[in-house]
Design a protein around this ligand. Structure first.
Ligand code: FAD
Length: 294
């Protein structure tokens, strides 16, 4: 049986695993990333970096710290577009204003709605390869995880002083953390939206996205359904006043662990379960784990 060792082994090369690997590598740790491929849900074409969530305007926990960490991190690797417009209906604005009261989240109100000035969005296509550049990365499929060892499908053992699970939705069965799996789709539009807009559904770059399907208790791969396409296009009609032309679609599965994104497991740590806010929180939680590792 072949063997590989490293001080820190990270299982997963999505936004969680690669951001962490980059932060640890830059701090001088010896890191090995093991993954079947570069990103799974993290290949979502556009990721919003949005501190004010949903149609109720819930301010994300630790939003100020997460914004600081993401603006310090992503622009080193890719272009990050600044600003998101939330076209909040008049009758809900007072409630949203109250939620933002005494929060340090730069914003302004206009007739159109709420402008979140240091929210933003990015395209993932170049981000993942750039994060991976210069890292030690092994492309292997992991069949099981026992103690501090990973066993590959072809029988190799990979062991670590510290093992970090960052395998997202598709690898979640390996660590048995429970959680919810939410399939979803993004439609790729012919039109490019330079300014991100989000209420019900969102548009940014060449993407139209939103969350329509219910949560599931286990992971299974997803393919875009006709009902999702119709839901997204009717949402776009409300948001933009028209249905944009669609050229293709992307499908993936979100994995949610209700905010307990960093937790100790017998092998080391699990950094996962960010739901729709993985790109928002990944830099902050990578720094948190760096601190814990000392
Ligand atoms: C429709 C939709 C829209 C979204 N929009 C946004 C958004 O606007 N903003 C945002 O922040 N987030 C968004 N998300 C969520 C985001 O895409 C995910 O939460 C995030 O990408 C998860 O990243 P991850 O690194 O945890 O996992 P993934 O990107 O899924 O990566 C998992 C990694 O683990 C590896 N792996 C898993 N199992 C194994 C195994 N057995 N062996 C070897 N390797 C394995 C995979 O190969 C991969 O490298 C959206 C998700 C969906 C579905």
């Amino acid at each position: 049986m072949s063997r590989l060792d490293a001080e820190i082994v990270i299982l997963g090369a999505g936004i969680a695993g690669l951001t962490l690997a980059r932060v640890l590598h830059d701090a001088g740790h010896q890191v090995l990333v093991v993954a079947e491929r570069l990103g799974e849900a993290s290949t979502v074409p556009v990721a919003l970096l949005n501190p004010v969530r949903g149609k109720r305007g819930r301010v994300a926990p630790e939003a100020e710290e997460a914004l600081q960490a993401l603006w310090d991190f992503y622009p080193r690797f890719t272009e990050v577009h600044r600003g998101i417009l939330r076209p909040v209906p008049e009758e809900d604005r007072a409630d949203w204003q109250e939620k933002l009261y005494r929060r340090d989240i730069p914003h302004g109100w206009t007739e159109e709605g709420l402008h979140l000035e240091n929210a933003g969005w990015l395209e993932t296509i170049n981000l993942l390869p750039r994060l991976a550049q210069g890292l030690r990365l092994e492309y292997r499929k992991i069949a099981s995880l026992t103690g501090k060892s990973l066993y590959t499908e072809d029988g190799a053992e990979i062991s670590a002083e510290c093992l970090i699970y960052a395998g997202g939705a598709s690898g979640a069965h390996l660590v048995g953390l429970g959680g919810r799996f939410t399939p979803g789709s993004v439609l790729i539009t012919r039109e490019r939206f330079e300014g991100a807009k989000s209420y019900g559904v969102y548009v940014a770059g060449n993407s139209l996205g939103g969350s329509y399907l219910p949560h599931l208790p286990t992971y299974s791969p997803h393919q875009t359904q006709d009902s999702e396409v119709e839901w997204l296009l009717s949402g776009a009609k409300k948001l933009l006043g028209y249905r944009p032309e669609v050229v293709s679609s992307w499908a993936g599965v979100r994995y949610r662990l209700d905010q307990n994104y960093l937790r100790e497991i017998p092998a080391g740590w699990a950094l996962t379960g960010f739901g729709s806010a993985a790109f928002f929180y990944a830099p902050l939680y990578a720094l948190r784990l760096l601190e814990r590792l000392g």
